[in-house]
Ligand binder design. Structure first.
Ligand SMILES: Cc1cc2nc3c(=O)[nH]c(=O)nc-3n(C[C@H](O)[C@H](O)[C@H](O)COP(=O)(O)O)c2cc1C
Length: 583
């Protein structure tokens, strides 16, 4: 999927006086879970040229130069009136500073928390520009409007969430374009600007939602309620295709996915603060791991949460995890306040966890760990200490930690709830019958960059002749699941009858987060870069084409691109079971 195409800016008119400028990268932009599908992304900016000129969401630093050059070919940047910010982030600052130097008259338009952050970021990073030009900011709290002329009388809708406390959507009644910032996006790069044939984006949109929105599903629902009042022909998203053809199904899907999170019985309160985004990135990876195990996450950004909100989230959760950066040898004040609330609210049966990003000493993590330990809480995992920015490997580790944490909560709950005396001779009969389905004993192996994974699989079946294809059912909470999205490669190792028990035992044992699944196992590398088990009967090199969500599993359809018999003699090991409710 990766290409070496250079970054560029794609420009297209999309409505009266309105143009989209899509800063495109075909490569993974950052080491954050949301970019893990590696399909590149677009940072979408928009320009309205009416009596006044407004620019929405200039892109981050890696695009500054090409973006400004594309912009200057279309407008006289020196005359730009407004820069509207769907959210403020440090990465965008570089471009904002360049714009301000070119056009000191610019008024920035953002929410109240956005304005605070913008001032702080300029003060810390570009104080010279601040001193020279000052910073004109129009704060939009929801009542105010901005008239650009020609009917572009903009209305603003604050949609705060723990991840983007300053998020601000904008509605233009003239074009009926709703500028939705992070909502309804996808990290995918291509020539297609709109979402015609939108079902092909289904997997990317769902992945984007799961990694970015699911941990604050409650706030997503509030945002949907607010946005419902604004007629929209187009969602002008911050990333990926603009939403024109799937307005209704995508909005419904967001509603449905959010409700599903909220209806989940077991939840984890994920309480953190993050000055520069690193702790937030770790929090996101942990949250992804928790939600994929079927446990909900209630994210709390301490800096923007009321004490009552923290208390309520802790009270209703089965476990809590706290994350903090270390700044000046301390945990930031909001973390210290939140820790006090947690200590006075959480019961000792609630499982705890601690993480944080630090530079050199990491006192905040020690402080939280020490206080929780002294108070007698049990930890679901050893504190995660990340030096500055997490790497790909660290994020995968955090995701697996999150999954294990969620599984421990589910196990504890199961132990507490007495087994229901279900009638159910009928159920038992079905399970016995389903158990008579058999499958080949296989091991799925994969390697992507520094990340690798393996899983014993017997729910494997040939699915097509042309192209040669097969399906594998992968439980949603499997660690390998996140490496088996469309475009990903794996090897299916088919084990020989009689010699399969050793490998079966090895791959069935529980692995800790980040543990090497191949230690002590003879392997060689396949053409697609994944491990082949040397003792397999045969292997198939597969490429994932699509995934179907089926209850607690993903059914993954893949095309076989290469394969070989490793042993001429021998037959396939077959897995016989007593019940269809177990593997
Ligand atoms: C002003 C400032 C003070 C810092 N003080 C410390 C410190 O005392 N000890 C430490 O380990 N790291 C320190 N750091 C490094 C941060 O902890 C590190 O950058 C971390 O990744 C920030 O996490 P965040 O992105 O979630 O805010 C400091 C960083 C800054 C900018």
């Amino acid at each position: 999927m990766t290409t070496t195409k250079p970054r560029d800016v794609q420009v297209l008119p999309i409505g009266a006086d309105t143009t989209v400028l899509r800063s495109r990268t075909w490569e993974r932009l950052k080491f954050e879970v949301e970019y893990a599908l590696q399909r590149g992304t677009t940072a979408n900016s928009y320009l309205i040229q009416a009596d006044k000129t407004a620019l929405f969401d200039p892109p981050g630093e890696s695009f500054t130069e090409i973006f400004l050059s594309a912009l200057q070919q279309r407008i006289d940047v020196k005359k730009l009136d407004y820069v509207i910010l769907g959210h403020v982030n440090p990465n965008r600052l570089f471009t904002l500073n360049a714009l301000l130097k070119l056009a000191p008259q610019i008024t920035f338009v953002c929410s109240n928390p956005g304005a605070k952050l913008l001032r702080e970021l300029f003060k810390n990073t570009f104080n010279d520009t601040l001193q020279e030009h000052g910073l004109k900011i129009a704060v939009m709290r929801g009542e105010e409007t901005l008239d650009l002329g020609n009917g572009h009388h903009l209305q603003f809708i604050p949609t705060p969430s723990p991840r983007w406390p300053d998020e601000l959507c904008t509605h233009d009644p003239q074009t009926e374009i709703l500028y939705t910032d992070k909502l309804f996006g996808a990290h995918i790069c291509g020539d297609q600007v709109f979402d015609e044939g939108w079902t092909v984006f289904g997997e990317d949109r769902r992945y984007y939602f799961d990694s970015l929105m699911a941990p604050h599903a409650r706030q997503v629902e509030t945002a949907l309620d607010k946005l419902r009042d604004f007629p929209a022909r187009l969602y002008a998203t911050g990333h990926g295709p603009l939403v024109r053809y799937s307005l209704i199904p995508l909005t419904q899907a967001y509603r449905q996915w959010s409700e599903k999170q909220r209806a989940t019985e077991t939840s984890v309160a994920l309480i953190y603060a993050s000055a520069y985004g690193n702790t937030a990135t770790v929090a996101q990876a942990i949250a992804t791991g928790i939600t994929k195990a079927g446990v909900a996450v209630e994210s709390i950004n301490c800096e923007f949460a009321e004490p009552a909100e923290i208390q309520e989230a802790v009270e209703k959760s089965a476990g809590f995890i706290m994350g903090s950066p270390t700044l000046g040898g301390h945990a930031p004040t909001p973390i210290q306040t939140a820790l006090g609330i947690v200590l006075s609210t959480a019961t000792k049966t609630q499982l705890a966890g601690v993480f944080g990003s630090f530079g050199w000493s990491g006192e905040a993590i020690d402080l939280i760990e020490g206080k929780l330990k002294d108070a007698g809480y049990q930890f679901g995992f050893d504190p995660i200490r990340v030096k500055f920015k997490p790497t790909d490997v660290t994020l995968k580790y955090c995701e697996e930690v999150g999954t294990d944490f969620a599984q421990a909560l589910k196990k504890a709950k199961k132990a507490r709830v007495p087994k229901q005396q279900t009638s159910d001779s009928q159920t038992a009969r079905i399970e016995q019958a389903v158990g008579r389905l058999v499958g080949s004993v296989c091991v799925v192996t994969t390697k992507q960059g520094e990340l690798s994974g393996a899983m014993l699989a017997s729910w494997v079946s040939q699915a097509t002749f042309n192209p040669p294809g097969l399906t594998v059912a992968v439980a949603k909470d499997r660690a390998i699941e996140s490496l088996m999205h469309s475009g990903g490669n794996f090897v299916l190792n088919i084990l020989p009858e009689g010699k399969h028990l050793g490998l079966m035992k090895h791959f069935l044992k529980p692995f800790g987060p980040g543990e090497d699944r191949f230690a002590g196992v003879a392997t060689q590398e396949s053409e697609n870069g994944c491990p082949i088990l040397s003792d397999a009967l045969a292997y198939l090199e597969c490429s994932v084409r699509n995934r179907m969500e089926c209850g607690d599993h993903w059914l993954i359809y893949s095309v076989v691109e290469n394969g070989k018999l490793l042993q001429q003699e021998g037959v396939t090991a077959v897995h016989h079971r007593k019940s269809g409710s177990h593997y």
